[in-house]
Design a protein around this ligand. Structure first.
Ligand SMILES: Nc1nc2c(ncn2[C@@H]2O[C@H](COP(=O)(O)OP(=O)(O)OP(=O)(O)O)[C@@H](O)[C@H]2O)c(=O)[nH]1
Ligand SMILES: [Mg+2]
Length: 363
């Protein structure tokens, strides 16, 4: 083995070729000049195999401390569809001390009725509420290669001496964006490993980009992520691949909607309500009367009402009293949102770690 440590080009981990059961193993000799992949990245890329992560909460805190101490600018990537669910508190703090660009990725998932102007107006208010500081907000789609040139152009506006850190929650598409930017500058294939799995990127990956270094970073893990409480295959099915269109329900009080077995919305009092569900299309919606819905939930959870189909989740119930004349969004972080009009009171059963809340409607 050569003296110098080599790093996996796919996930950033320090390579070793002695123990296949340990992190960042490669069967290849470590004295080569070629870009090497660890076994985990190789399997994820070529076989789509779900591979264990070596990145945990401790490593996450260490990375954050390291980055907070370095000069540089923050390129904060969020999932445009689930931005309320992809705002780690640690990055709010970081945005207050570093020049920050907000990149709303996965723009392709948002319903087309929500135009950029409307979205921007809403985001500015929300970011103010959160205490997020930023220079600009840009909408992109790594998947559809939308606005990638504009993003690169915007990066030029940062002081040339600053290195740039692509940061954000896990799975928002940081690595996909970096691959898209590299392709836009002539690289012919994806360099960094991407996947639906949490913590695909395991360590900082420095990429020389024009005159500076652009770092891909491991995503921040969130406790309300669906991957925390669902089996991997169930969570993957809920990760949308295309535009999420609203599913419309006209509901009378005393009616209930089940979103799979994950969320139960009991509409208690109000007018005849208009409810538009912006949740992954793969999540089945079941409608019934409110009376007896508790027993129905217990009886059908895991069979008619899935996911989850396996282990029992811990649920909590949140009650809401709303101004029924206004439109609101019920936000289900990690899943999406439900737009409500005409509702006075409702109760929502949800996984305990999913902190649901209501805000002014976006659409
Ligand atoms: N629909 C859609 N999916 C995207 C987009 N960008 C990335 N994805 C998907 O989102 C998933 C996560 O992408 P990654 O690039 O691995 O995300 P990441 O932020 O680097 O994740 P970590 O390394 O775990 O922090 C993959 O399944 C991507 O295909 C996008 O613009 N639109
Ligand atoms: Mg990544």
């Amino acid at each position: 083995m050569s003296e110098e440590t080599l790093y996996c080009i796919g996930c950033g981990g320090p390579l070793q070729n002695t123990d296949p059961d340990q992190a960042f193993y490669t069967p290849k000799a470590l004295d080569t000049q070629e870009n090497l992949l660890c076994q985990r990245c190789f399997r994820m890329r070529h076989y789509g195999i779900h591979a264990p992560s070596f990145y945990d909460e401790t490593a996450m805190r260490k990375t954050l401390d390291e980055l907070s101490a370095k000069p540089g600018a923050l390129v904060w990537v969020m999932d445009a569809f689930d931005f309320e669910g992809t705002i780690p508190a640690s990055l709010i703090k970081l945005s207050q001390s570093k020049p920050t660009l907000i990149v709303m990725n996965k723009r392709d998932l948002l319903p087309k009725v929500l135009n950029d102007q409307k979205l921007l107006f809403h985001l500015k208010k929300r970011f103010k509420d959160y205490g997020i500081f930023y220079q600009d907000i840009i909408f992109v789609s790594a998947k559809k290669k939308q606005n990638i040139d504009a993003l690169i152009e915007r990066l030029h506006a940062f002081e040339p001496t600053l290195d740039l850190y692509l940061m954000g929650a896990t799975n928002v598409g940081k690595s996909s964006l970096l691959n898209a930017m590299l392709r836009a500058t002539g690289v012919s294939q994806d360099v960094i490993t991407t996947s639906k799995q949490e913590a695909t990127t395991q360590s900082l990956i420095p990429i020389p980009f024009e005159s500076r270094i652009l770092y891909d970073t491991p995503g921040l893990l969130l406790d309300h992520s669906i991957q925390r409480f669902l089996a991997a295959n169930e969570a993957y099915v809920l990760m949308s691949e295309r535009e999420i269109k609203g599913r419309v329900y006209q509901l009378n009080p005393e009616q209930t909607l089940f979103f799979g077995g994950l969320v139960q919305l009991d509409y208690e009092a109000g007018e005849r309500a208009s409810i538009v569900v912006y949740l992954p299309q793969s999540l089945a919606i079941h409608r019934r009367k409110l009376e007896g819905s508790e027993a129905f939930f217990k009886q059908h959870l895991g069979t008619l009402l899935t996911p989850p189909s396996g282990a029992q989740l811990h649920y909590g119930v949140s009650h809401f009293t709303l101004d029924h004349k206004k439109k609101h969004d019920l936000v289900l972080p990690g899943l999406g949102f439900v737009s409500l009009k005409g509702v006075k009171t409702m109760s929502v059963r949800h996984p305990k770690s999913m902190r649901v809340f209501v805000k002014e409607a976006m659409i």
